[in-house]
Design a protein around this ligand. Structure first.
Ligand code: GLU
Ligand code: MG
Length: 460
């Protein structure tokens, strides 16, 4: 709910009770996070004794972070930027979680408001909520879930320091998807899983991925804002457990140029009155006409969405054909090389039909991803778009399908030309986001792949 400070009495009341519970569990402070337009999770913390006050009045933070780039340099935009002003951050108490990987700490995501109590037009989380609300107003419920891939690197050795271009020491070099890695890193992975379960995260799978030291965890779908919150919680939990095991978890699109990178795939399904519209219909592979139009809208907007879902200049080191990163603007049934992979539902989950957007990675702000994907999908349903024929096989070999933008500069051009995204985001958020993309293109446009990978390796 988007409420002003005047209606926050009940939240304060509730926060008092939560604070008592947290205190009894040995929690001393709560980390209040939001994700900026560079994809960096920023934080303020408050002691538990201050939580109720914070729920009532918020905690201050400058709007200038809306124009921070990945290297902490600051750009500006027409509506947002500069040293003036302040915002109030309000924790979402429904998500308050005691952090298993960071003893003594709890966490909650925040919504950002102006000092006067109005929603901050640059707030990415409120944007995601607004888009989910637009769908709900049409009777459509989007269910979403992010996959989290990361690469575990040994800390305290060359390659682990931010920006280091030296040799990267992977936590495990065992075979892709290999049991060797599970055995070698058994305690570490057990602690990752344990921490997530202790936090009541509904984990679906945890497994080694393709590249050395690379792993993935997937979680059950939830509402769009909840899915973005979970993406943050899962990532920071993995990071915290890694630190306690002498490892650094990298969520960057690539750790080294030339290798299979870390994706941040988004699964989504569309529901009406409790019915999954991705199945049980007359359309391709059983999808309903409404689901088809929604996916066609996402597919049409993908060149612009790429600036949101794979925003880092380093994202394009990952976005190579034939690496399961989905770099062609097409869709297919269970096709891991199509940007949109349609899944009809597994034998243990026949009602679980959904689509996976594969081209995204974890340099993205997950709130902007969920909000923008809904906006693109709704534009598709409104225009009753239909999908082109699906693609079978690797589009790199089959041919005939357009490549998605091959650079951050090209993706930014598509983003800036997207009326759908501008209208949904509103000028202040749209332009601040574009300014950050532009700043990062200027920062890294000429940087050699190896240096670019090293520069962002430990930023996300
Ligand atoms: N790591 C691959 C990527 O960059 C994805 C592998 C998979 O399909 O899970 O997106
Ligand atoms: Mg994967």
């Amino acid at each position: 709910m988007e409420t002003g400070t005047a209606e926050r009495g009940p939240a304060q009341q509730r926060a008092r009770q939560e604070a008592a519970r947290l205190g009894a569990e040995g929690v001393r402070g709560t980390a209040l996070t939001w994700v900026d337009n560079a994809g960096i999770t920023r934080v303020k913390t408050v002691p538990v004794a201050r939580l109720a006050h914070t729920a009532r009045w918020g905690v201050g933070m400058s709007p200038v972070f809306d124009v921070y780039a990945v290297d902490d340099s600051v750009t500006t935009s027409r509506h947002i930027g500069g040293p003036d002003g302040d915002l109030r951050l309000f924790p979402d108490l429904d998500r308050l979680t005691v952090l298993a990987g960071q003893p003594g700490w709890a966490w909650a995501p925040v919504d950002r408001y102006t000092q006067q109590g109005a929603p901050h037009p640059g707030c990415q989380r409120l944007f995601a909520r607004r888009q989910a609300g637009r769908a709900l107003a049409l009777g459509l419920e989007a269910r979403m879930g992010f996959e989290t891939e990361w690469t575990a690197v040994r800390a305290g050795v060359p390659g682990a320091e931010p920006g280091a271009a030296g040799e990267v020491r992977y936590a495990s070099t065992g075979p892709a998807y290999g049991m060797v890695r599970m055995v070698e890193l058994s305690d570490y992975l057990g602690d990752v899983l344990g921490a997530l379960l202790d936090q009541h995260v509904e984990v679906l799978q945890l497994h080694p991925e393709y590249s050395p030291g690379q792993f993935e965890v997937s979680v059950a779908p939830s509402d769009p804002v909840g899915a973005a919150d979970l993406a943050v919680l899962v990532r920071e939990t993995v990071r915290a457990v890694s630190v306690r095991h002498g490892l650094t978890a990298s969520f960057a699109p690539v750790v080294e140029a030339g290798r299979v990178g870390n994706g941040g795939h988004l699964h989504l399904s569309l529901w009406r009155e409790g019915r999954n519209l991705c199945g049980g219909g007359e359309g391709p592979f059983g999808m309903t006409a409404e689901c088809e139009s929604f996916l066609a809208g996402v597919l049409r907007e993908l060149p612009a969405l790429l600036a949101v879902g794979a925003p880092s200049p380093a994202s394009h080191l990952r976005l190579e054909p034939s690496r399961w990163a989905g770099v062609f603007q097409c869709w297919g049934l269970e096709n891991r090389e199509a940007a949109i992979r349609f899944i009809t539902g597994a034998p243990d989950d026949p009602g679980g039909a959904n689509a996976e957007v594969k081209c995204f990675d974890a340099s993205a702000n997950p709130y902007l991803v969920t909000g923008c994907v809904i906006a693109a999908g709704l534009a598709g349903t409104e225009a009753r778009l239909t999908l082109p024929p699906p693609v079978t096989g690797d589009p790199a070999r089959v041919g005939g399908r357009p490549r998605l933008p091959v650079s951050a500069a090209e993706a930014l051009e598509h983003f800036e030309g997207s009326a759908v995204l501008r209208e949904a985001m509103g000028d202040p958020l749209f332009e601040a986001f574009a300014a950050v993309r532009r700043a990062e293109v200027e920062l890294f446009g000429e940087t050699a792949p190896g240096d670019l990978a090293a520069a962002v390796r430990n930023r996300y």
